[in-house]
Design a protein around this ligand. Sequence first.
Ligand code: GLN
Length: 237
Amino acid sequence: MKPLKILHLYPDRMNIYGDFGNIICLTQRMKARGIKSQYFSRSIGEEIDQDFDIVFMGGGQDKGQASIAQDLQLKSRALHEHHMRNVPMLTICGAYQLFGKYFITAEGEELPGIGIFNAVTKATDFRMIGNIVIKSDVFGELVGFENHSGVTELLEGSNPLGSVIKGFGNSKDSKTEGILQGSAIGTYLHGSFLPKNPTVADFIIEQAVRLSQPEYSIGELDDWLENEASKIAKNRS
Ligand code: GLN
């Protein structure tokens, strides 16, 4: 099997609350299965010049989002082509917002999104901060940490990643969190997200391998430690 190519967008500007840990988690879970991976980063002025197998982008403050929004527009066509090929994508918080149609910042500036997700986000004067637990029909219970003022409205035909058990998610009272669209995931869960939620990590890896081996089925790993960590995090206030 050829090494899986991971594309990390704007690691220098969109990377908070341990978001880089998602890359480490993916590469380690691939390594544990004998799957090789290659890491690529693309930031401002750097083109998406080849086909990648996984796309990742972390979160960031309004200022960070404003600094990359125009450049992300230039990468939009290539990202849509990846999405059309069902390349798995994980976008955290500020990235999730900019993969939607637009994000209106706390200062009222409208940042254009790339419209992979049929969703819109507006900043509010209420910050949604704290540990969060959600229930996903696909991945089971998921846990993380959120810190955002943006409220995301899912538009027609969009499905949330899960329903909120504890915390806020897409808004103060929608009781929905994130979005799941084919192999593309948007979520407000930082932490980092994947180490405590291995079912999602394995979904991303399996989808990536299936781009070249459609019959591939990912084997189990002993996730005792991941599940213990998740249990402890869930019981945190
Ligand atoms: N700046 C955005 C907001 O506040 C996203 C924050 C983040 O990525 N944690 O909503």
